[in-house]
Design a protein around this ligand. Structure first.
Ligand SMILES: [Zn+2]
Length: 470
């Protein structure tokens, strides 16, 4: 499989360190509020990536953190503490906020068919690990104490800006630091590993450490949680593009300084979801959540389908109009699949060719929009319904669109609607059938009109005559 690697800025063959096995890490949510659908775009695309790797026979172990401490409103250690502002906003404790929004996050994931990673670890459960790694970084000369806090010293690295291709939006974080400059930092890009003396006097969660009572910075948690569950070497690290700098840059800095060798080989970054006002955020415009989409009548899987229709390395523009288009396309697929009849006929050549289209699309840097095209090609293909159904079932193990269950549901509803037809209408339909058999089309047409006047539609389909209420 070819994947674009943000670290080398090119598409590369994905080769895990251990044959057949993949260690995969994903930055989890900061659980101070609902996730907006822009955040969830990353999780959807990462889910497709994980599922496709499993589909290809790889044994994936995926780990994700839950940030329930240490994340400030600016990723560059300035601004308010996100968890604390969530607690203040809702007059709850930080842990109540963390529990509530962790649950809400996984409910959204379930609605979007996003598989829960094999290991999910809240940052607050790993404080000992953070202290151990921070102590080692101080010992190795990569971290220093200033004003009571512990900082990572980026000047000790041969290279700090490893990704190099972050865009101006991401760079703004570093620029903003100047506004609220932390005088303790020796270099502008240094970052906090452990807060002891901080402006947050009312910080609820504090732990004993060799440097006094305090709490960890945000970046350290991902390095430590990844190393704890996946060891010293990581195959694949995923996240939204806005995390490339400074978060992932800092993760690499501290992990490699601590380990003394290269840490992660492949970096997978999902690009922004934009609105007509620019990058989606919680503070700009309508706060778009899965529950909001549901309350407006959208199936969350329509949003998943909308995301799959475009490539993960392209910005995607969200609008209700675009979502409506996706909803219509999704419905058409479900309707088409509901009409397929499993006759048990196989056609190995057609199966293999259509399957090859699908895998070729995903092998090419997870091109989900081409994978969706491969799905349309199956529906149009000149082969048996059974082959189509089998292929769709297989594709959906990766796409996660619940196509077959939704098609069966539609079949059931249609059958129910048919069984609701009054005897009077069924009798007229019988007469019409008889008239057609006798080639008395004038009579057949007048009977159809009569049925129509009574509020029913009669049509000929591949499955026979179908009567539906208007
Ligand atoms: Zn992270």
């Amino acid at each position: 499989m070819q994947l674009y690697n943000s670290l080398t800025h090119k598409k590369e063959e994905f080769i895990p360190r251990e044959q057949g096995k993949v260690s995969m890490y994903t930055c989890g949510p900061t659980v101070y509020h609902f996730a907006h659908i822009g955040n969830l775009r990353s999780y959807i695309m990462e889910d497709v990536l994980e599922k496709y790797m499993r589909f290809s026979g790889l044994d994936v172990k995926r780990v994700m953190n839950i940030t329930d401490v240490g994340h400030l409103s600016s990723d560059g250690d300035t601004g308010d503490d996100k968890m604390l502002s969530g607690a203040k906003r809702e007059h709850k404790t930080v842990m109540e906020i963390a529990d509530f929004y962790t649950k809400a996050f996984f409910e959204d994931c379930t609605a979007l068919n996003i598989k829960t990673p094999d290991v999910v670890t809240p940052a607050t459960s790993c404080i000992d690990e953070f202290i151990r790694v921070i102590s080692a970084l101080i010992e190795k000369g990569f971290a220093y104490e200033a004003g009571g806090n512990i900082y990572f010293d980026t000047s000790k690295l041969l290279e700090y800006y490893v990704f190099g291709d972050f865009n101006e939006d991401d760079l703004e974080v570093a620029v903003r630091e100047g506004v609220d400059a932390d005088e303790n930092k020796r270099n502008k890009t240094d970052f906090v590993l452990w807060f002891t003396k901080s402006k947050f006097e009312d910080q609820e969660l504090k732990w004993e450490s060799p440097w006094g009572l305090g709490y960890p910075g945000w970046h350290i948690e991902c390095s430590c949680i990844s190393m704890k569950h996946l060891g010293e070497y990581l195959d694949l690290h995923c996240g939204g593009i806005d995390n490339a700098f400074p978060h992932h840059t800092n993760e690499i800095a501290q992990s490699e300084a601590y380990l003394g060798h290269k840490w992660c080989n492949y970096w997978f970054h999902v690009h922004h979801l934009n609105t007509d006002k620019g990058k989606m955020s919680k503070s700009k415009g309508e706060f778009l959540t899965v529950s909001l989409l549901k309350s407006k009548g959208y199936d969350p899987l329509v949003y998943r389908f909308f995301c799959l229709q475009s490539h993960y390395r392209k910005s995607l523009v969200f609008s209700y109009e675009n979502l409506d288009n996706a909803a219509r396309a999704y419905e058409k697929i479900i309707t088409a699949v509901s009409k397929l009849i499993d006759s048990g006929n196989s056609d190995e050549t057609a199966y293999n060719t259509l399957m090859a289209n699908f895998t070729a699309a995903l092998d090419n840097d997870l091109n989900t929009s081409l994978a969706v095209t491969a799905l349309y090609d199956v529906l149009k293909a000149d082969t048996s319904d059974s082959v189509k159904l089998k292929l769709i079932e297989e594709f959906d193990k990766v796409l996660g669109l619940d196509i077959i269950p939704h098609a069966k549901e539609l079949q059931r509803k249609n059958a129910e609607a048919e069984s609701d037809i009054p005897p009077e209408i069924t009798a007229l339909a019988e007469q019409r059938k008889e008239a057609r058999k006798n080639k008395d089309f004038a009579l057949a047409d007048s009977l159809r009109d009569k049925i129509s006047e009574l509020g029913y539609i009669i049509e000929e389909t591949r499955q026979g005559t179908k009567i539906t209420r208007k």
